[in-house]
Ligand binder design. Structure first.
Ligand SMILES: *[C@@H]1O[C@H](CO)[C@@H](O)[C@H](O)[C@H]1NC(C)=O
Ligand SMILES: *[C@@H]1O[C@H](CO)[C@@H](O)[C@H](O)[C@H]1NC(C)=O
Ligand SMILES: *[C@@H]1O[C@H](CO)[C@@H](O)[C@H](O)[C@H]1NC(C)=O
Ligand SMILES: *[C@@H]1O[C@H](CO)[C@@H](O)[C@H](O)[C@H]1NC(C)=O
Ligand SMILES: *[C@@H]1O[C@H](CO)[C@@H](O)[C@H](O)[C@H]1NC(C)=O
Ligand SMILES: *[C@@H]1O[C@H](CO)[C@@H](O)[C@H](O)[C@H]1NC(C)=O
Length: 483
């Protein structure tokens, strides 16, 4: 099979726990209208080289409505997408700030949103994109702002969800003289290349209230695989899944990209099940595991394959998406575009680079205990190669991921005053801290909750565990701030 453009997708979805998700087509970050003003911080380009004095401007937001001299400073860490100013008005941390008299800051992550350290995202420039540089950005920001705003007597608490959840924990680990405490929500602190557990958890979460659901999804997915074996079915498949262009699967990568893309719709539903994300401008949040599994159980709709088609149609309608583009060469072409403003510059190009050079996190279908097939680890690693160039292969990515775990410690966290909330429905919890490591390294496993569930604004329909979780985090922080 010719490997001319190969690769695959990877997704980052929409802006979430403040900027990210870890998957899917990079959609434009939804932004709703809020009145918070952009502010700009003069940041160093390369913190790891004292001889390099180049600087650039990093975006941040401030909410000083609740600040009191006796209160802490809260720093929300931006992640793999534009920092969404909606977080300056909404979200659990704002409710803590109100009660604690905190000053609230949100620093956008370098290379995302409007924080552009270099003139473009060429592979050469992307070497300044790393979690280590991002942590050093936070340290410099904190140091300069402390001086500028006279915050010397106040304690800093860092917050983040998902990748920024890792950054929150790592900031406390690496800069204990700066951060007093951290709330690391849904943080996959253990980097891993072959992240097969992701789909294992998807299967378990689908089965939670509907024991037959994974089996019907598997039957549907197997049927799809059978249909793909014959070109005469491509027109039908194109129509069933609203593909933007007639399906054309001529390489292994085309094939994997198509199957991965379709599966990601379901993965996304599981990861964000019932999260209160509407305030961020996310569409289709009312499609939940419950909705998907109810459709998969509706015999009146036909075979499992036909029900699965209905699931996809339903999701697309709710997200107001017109069609799905599964052209792998188009994806690669978009991902190779290094211009700010290019089609993958909302985060797709940057985040895949970080996974190839730091984290892996590749959600392969290599595990037998999950319903999907067709997107093995090799397909994910091949994307690194196809998009960023000839140096990438499995052994290089494996080495990079090992280095990340050596640097931060992975699950072996040696620190204090960090809270690790994790939704147990969320596939990412498999790489997080789910048991208490000590009296002040506190795990909060959240039953029936999804990715970053503790961070979103409260609402009546939320998982019943959340009010107690928010109180526990608040009480813990209150306690630590007295130390
Ligand atoms: C801070 O957040 C509160 C609560 O949402 C909001 O009422 C206020 O307008 C915000 N203040 C600023 C300066 O953004
Ligand atoms: C399972 O059902 C319970 C009770 O109705 C509900 O609270 C929970 O969110 C459901 N879990 C999933 C994954 O749908
Ligand atoms: C979700 O909301 C949309 C309107 O925003 C509605 O058309 C659709 O029926 C809802 N879906 C479910 C499963 O409730
Ligand atoms: C990925 O992990 C799965 C499950 O542990 C294993 O079966 C598979 O061989 C691994 N893939 C690679 C390429 O190492
Ligand atoms: C991967 O690339 C490295 C250097 O770029 C090379 O030394 C190694 O042999 C390659 N490994 C494989 C499995 O191709
Ligand atoms: C961790 O310790 C806290 C008390 O600090 C407790 O409330 C919680 O249940 C413990 N978590 C786990 C997962 O055991």
């Amino acid at each position: 099979m010719a490997y001319t453009h190969m690769l695959v997708m990877f997704f980052i979805g929409v802006s979430l726990c403040n900027g990210f998700i870890y998957r899917r087509f990079y959609a434009k970050s939804p932004q709703i209208s809020v009145t918070v003003q952009d502010q700009w911080f003069v940041q160093r380009l390369d913190h790891l080289n004292g001889a390099d004095s180049r600087v650039w401007k990093q975006r941040y937001f401030v909410n000083d409505s609740f600040t009191q001299d006796s209160g802490p400073v809260f720093l929300m860490i931006g992640g793999e997408g534009a920092a969404n100013p909606a977080w300056m008005t909404y979200g659990t941390w704002i409710t803590y700030a109100e009660k604690m008299g905190a000053l609230c800051l949100l620093l956008e992550h370098r290379f995302y949103g409007q924080s552009h350290p270099t003139e473009d995202m060429s592979v050469d420039n992307l070497r300044y994109l790393s979690s280590q540089q991002a942590l050093a950005d936070l340290a410099h920001f904190q140091t300069v702002m402390t001086e500028k705003l006279g915050l010397g007597s106040r304690k800093w608490v860092v917050f983040g969800g998902s990748y920024p959840g890792c950054l929150a924990a790592w900031y406390r680990i690496k800069f204990p003289h700066l951060a007093h405490a951290a709330v690391a929500s849904s943080a996959p602190v253990q980097a891993v290349v072959n992240f097969t557990e992701y789909l294992d958890v998807v299967q378990a979460s689908l089965a939670r209230n509907h024991s037959d659901c994974p089996r019907s999804v598997k039957l549907a997915s197997d049927t799809l695989l059978e249909l793909l074996a014959y070109k005469e079915n491509y027109e039908k498949i194109t129509k069933d899944f609203n593909l933007c262009k007639l399906l054309d699967v001529s390489s292994k990568m085309d094939f994997a990209f198509f199957l991965d893309t379709i599966a990601e719709y379901v993965m996304d539903i599981v990861q964000y099940n019932n999260d209160n994300r509407e305030f961020e401008g996310v569409k289709g949040t009312n499609v939940t595991i419950q909705v998907v599994c109810n459709i998969m159980a509706s015999e009146s709709l036909g075979s499992p394959y036909e029900r699965y088609v209905e699931v996809l149609q339903h999701i697309m309608k709710a997200k107001k998406e017109k069609c799905i583009d599964v052209r792998y060469h188009k994806y690669v072409q978009d991902m190779r575009d290094s211009r700010w403003g290019g089609p993958s510059s909302t985060g797709g190009r940057q985040w895949l680079y970080q996974t190839c050079t730091e984290f892996g996190y590749f959600q392969s279908s290599d595990s037998p205990s999950q319903p999907f097939s067709g997107f093995p680890l090799s397909y994910h690693v091949q994307q690194c190669y196809d998009i960023y160039g000839a140096d990438f292969n499995l052994s290089m990515v494996t080495g990079a991921v090992q280095q990340t775990n050596e640097n931060y410690g992975g699950l072996n966290v040696q620190a204090s005053r960090i809270i690790f909330p994790n939704g147990l429905i969320d596939p990412w919890h498999a790489l997080g801290i789910n048991t208490n490591l000590s009296i002040d390294l506190v795990a909060i496993p959240m039953q029936d909750a999804a990715h970053c569930a503790d961070m979103y604004p409260a609402r009546p329909e939320e998982p019943p565990v959340l009010p107690a979780v928010r109180r526990q985090i608040f009480d813990q922080l209150t306690n630590w701030l007295q130390l």
